[in-house]
Write a protein that binds this ligand. Sequence first.
Ligand SMILES: Nc1nc2c(ncn2[C@@H]2O[C@H](COP(=O)(O)OP(=O)(O)OP(=O)(O)O)[C@@H](O)[C@H]2O)c(=O)[nH]1
Ligand SMILES: [Mg+2]
Length: 196
Amino acid sequence: MAGLERSRSTRPGLLNRLATFLGIKKKEAQILFVGLDNSGKSTLINFLKPDSYKRQEVVPTIGYSVEQFTAGRISFTVFDMSGQGKSRPLWEHYYRDAHAVVFVLDSTDRLRMEVAREELNNLLLHADVSTRKVPILFLANKMDCKDALGPIQVSVDMCLHEINLHSWHICATNAVTGEGVEEGILWLTEQIKHRL
Ligand SMILES: Nc1nc2c(ncn2[C@@H]2O[C@H](COP(=O)(O)OP(=O)(O)OP(=O)(O)O)[C@@H](O)[C@H]2O)c(=O)[nH]1
Ligand SMILES: [Mg+2]
């Protein structure tokens, strides 16, 4: 079935530096990255990884991959799901143990914003998400592209204002340079530190 890839490092990456900064004491946080194919999930995760484990080239994910960042007192386990239509039914198997969901959107993909909205609906209606009130970070990615929608327009198209069971946040990101990512991860870390 799906590919399983693991990377471990003792060199602190952004996630670990933030965890240390925020004084998180518990041991493990599981974060689920979902979103349509080509939205930039793996590129974002590659940015978050410690330098020595960054990939030269990011390729489309087959099934899913798992990345682990370990340093100090905290270990983040990141599930990077494929966004291909045939792989999306896999996402729900990872909802139950996720401390937070990162939903990545390609801000340039106006045509498929509706499809992303449908997938978000499925996620929000799933009992393992709705009953646990999992925080959701939306990343309006590819903000560097000239035809990208702004995060406010993405929020409107995705009807994010209708989400009332979960804490959520949206930021515009460039996964290649990491612009905007730190703000999102900081918000995420604040949300989950009480849940670990
Ligand atoms: N310009 C620009 N390109 C990006 C950005 N993020 C990702 N890309 C490009 O978009 C393409 C898809 O990125 P991936 O990270 O593989 O997307 P994914 O969401 O993991 O896709 P799947 O694994 O198929 O679900 C790659 O060519 C990336 O270089 C961004 O912020 N800006
Ligand atoms: Mg991928």
